[in-house]
Design a protein around this ligand. Structure first.
Ligand code: PEP
Length: 256
């Protein structure tokens, strides 16, 4: 099996502004030091990206992500940001299809698919979010929903781009609720997701794709989740807002 480097990402959502990033980066640097075993990604609001890039400096211990982008290169799209604009700020990753964007901003599988293709062809690595609602889980529709999101989201994505892809499994009932999928539950679903990725690519490609778990990950539950063979990292919301708590999650990931 291909060794997949774990990826721990901090999704700050609409929290922490440019004036907060220097102290955050300083605390994280001291608490974590240089880590080669795993990849760390910080995903601030757009306006904090330049200040964070500066605070991290060259040869940084963490990489930069953005929370969204538009699929077009430029044009009359008021309020939107393109892949090239993100790249110009040294951004490597972009979160696409987050459930908050799907539920509150009307993003469909088709829109997510356009964004994924645009990100990949511009050299950005998508963190492609999928996940079911509680109603879908109770209705035993988890596999059907995930299969649709993955097949539609990755439609016409070139196989050569798959290794750049990160999938984040985020059950909606676990986001910001304090409820987490059990490690066994999450492992089963991650294995299923990998099997669907294999359907739209092939087995050995799917083995290279990293699949993060997201949903109330915190220092207390990170290690058990990250020990599962198909859980290749975490997308952390609430617990990433405090640099010390995010650092603890990173340390747990390194220890696994
Ligand atoms: C998220 O929304 O990506 C997330 C995982 O949030 P939280 O960790 O707060 O549940």
């Amino acid at each position: 099996m291909t060794a997949r480097k774990k990826i721990i990402a901090a999704n700050w959502k609409m929290n922490l502004a440019h004036q907060d990033v220097k102290s955050y980066a300083d605390v994280l640097r001291v608490e974590v030091g240089v880590v080669n075993e795993i990849e760390i990604v910080l995903i601030p609001p757009f306006t904090a990206i330049p200040a964070l890039a500066e605070a991290l400096g060259n040869n940084s211990f963490a990489r930069l992500g953005a929370q969204n982008m538009h699929w077009e290169k430029s044009g009359a799209f008021t309020g939107e940001i393109s892949a090239a604009m993100l790249q110009a700020l040294s951004v490597n990753y972009v979160v696409l299809g987050h459930s908050e964007r799907r539920a509150q901003f009307g993003e469909t599988d088709e829109i997510v698919n356009r964004k994924i293709k645009a990100a990949l062809s511009s050299g950005l690595q998508p963190i492609f979010c999928v996940g079911e609602t509680l109603t879908e889980r109770d209705g035993k529709r988890v596999e059907e929903v995930l299969k649709r999101q993955i097949q539609e989201g990755l439609k016409e994505v070139s196989p050569r781009h798959f290794p750049d892809l990160v999938v984040a499994y985020e059950p909606l009932w676990a986001i910001g609720t304090g409820r987490t999928a059990t490690p066994e539950q999450a492992q089963r679903t991650h294995a299923f997701i990998r099997s669907v990725v294999a359907l739209v690519s092939d087995h050995s490609t799917a083995e290279q794709v990293r699949i993060q778990y997201g949903g109330s990950v915190k220092p207390e539950n990170a290690e058990e989740l990250l020990r599962q063979p198909d859980i290749d990292g975490a997308l952390v919301g609430g617990a990433s807002l405090d640099a010390r708590s995010f650092a603890q999650i990173i340390r747990r990931a390194v220890a696994v």
